[in-house]
Design a protein around this ligand. Structure first.
Ligand code: G6P
Length: 299
């Protein structure tokens, strides 16, 4: 256990970062994309997965952690040449504020429109990402529309989780929901029970406003959220991984993306003067807590 709480500037490779520490964990966030690149829990276990071959020189988005996909998720709605997942993950964000008290550490990042963003998306905007670490890791992405036109938005906190083995892992919370399955060529269906991951998987679940829980070996990773109606579950699997030059071919079993999003059927509009907040709280419940809870349930 660490006993100090702090929020301070640091570096990772060529990237400028912020490090948040509390007795309950540590998080590192890069200015590039305001991407959380590391979150370690109280037992010093990695909660997030970061590709060992991710470029950390600012030349491309970070492969792993929690990239922010904004102002569109997946392909651009009308122009596939504009690239996947918007531009926010490609750009350096400003560090607005770092603060800490005895129980939490906070970093606030911002991104506003400029010539670069207007060349890709012709709207004025203000985005802030607040990353707060206490017993959990909390992310809050606030989008404000200061202009006079309405926008259409899709977005994601594209979290990559570190798991022991994605094959057969159970994700709880998505049973009964409608989905769109990109892996199966855009088939639509309804999830009959918890998701049992058999990579490859690329499935977008609609109207999901509750929690998702990843049942990893010996721990549970819990993702609670607000302002999000979509959850995406993705793992490229053994063949798909070969299409990614920033993921080693043998690394896919140790990662699982469970993404807090608003996408496709849950795309929404933000009018002039409006603000929307998308947030996620991530926690890692390790062995003893699971065992105690099970003992209570079993009587
Ligand atoms: O390679 P990227 O643009 O980072 O996208 C990585 C993945 O993101 C999401 O999870 C999508 O559902 C996938 O279809 C996509 O392959």
């Amino acid at each position: 256990m660490r006993d100090l709480t702090s929020a301070r500037l640091a570096r990772l490779g060529d990237l400028e970062t912020v490090e948040l520490s509390t007795p309950h964990g540590r998080a590192t966030i890069a200015r590039l994309g305001a991407t959380v690149v590391e979150y370690r829990d109280a037992g010093d276990n990695d909660v997030l997965w970061l590709s060992p071959t991710s470029r950390l020189d600012g030349s491309r988005p970070i492969r792993g952690g929690i990239p922010v996909c904004w102002p569109w998720f997946g392909a651009h709605p009308s122009d596939p040449d504009r690239g996947a997942h918007g531009f926010a993950r490609h750009l350096p964000w400003q560090i607005e504020r770092l603060e800490n008290d005895e129980r939490q550490a906070v970093a606030v990042f911002s991104l506003t429109d400029d010539d670069t963003t207007r060349a890709r998306w012709p709207h004025p905007f203000r985005l802030t990402l607040t990353v707060r670490l206490d017993e959990k890791l909390h992310l809050e992405l606030a989008a404000e529309n200061p202009g006079d036109a309405e926008w259409q938005l899709s977005e994601a906190l594209h979290s990559y989780f570190q798991v022991h083995d994605a094959r057969g892992i159970r994700v709880e919370g998505l049973a009964g929901l409608r989905y769109w399955d990109k892996q199966q060529g855009g088939v639509r269906g309804r999830q009959s029970s918890d998701v049992i991951v058999q990579p490859p998987i690329d499935r977008v679940f609609f109207d999901h406003r509750g929690e998702a829980v990843i049942h990893d070996a010996g721990r549970r990773l819990r993702i609670a959220k607000n302002g999000s109606a979509t959850t995406v579950v993705w793992n490229p699997g053994p063949k798909g991984v070969r299409g990614f030059d920033d993921i080693p071919d043998d690394a896919w079993p140790t990662m699982l993306c469970v993404e807090t999003a608003n996408a496709l059927d849950n795309t929404y509009r933000l009018g002039p003067g409006e603000r929307h907040v998308l947030s996620a709280s991530i926690s890692s419940e390790v062995g003893t807590e699971i065992a105690m809870e099970k003992a209570v349930t079993d009587g």
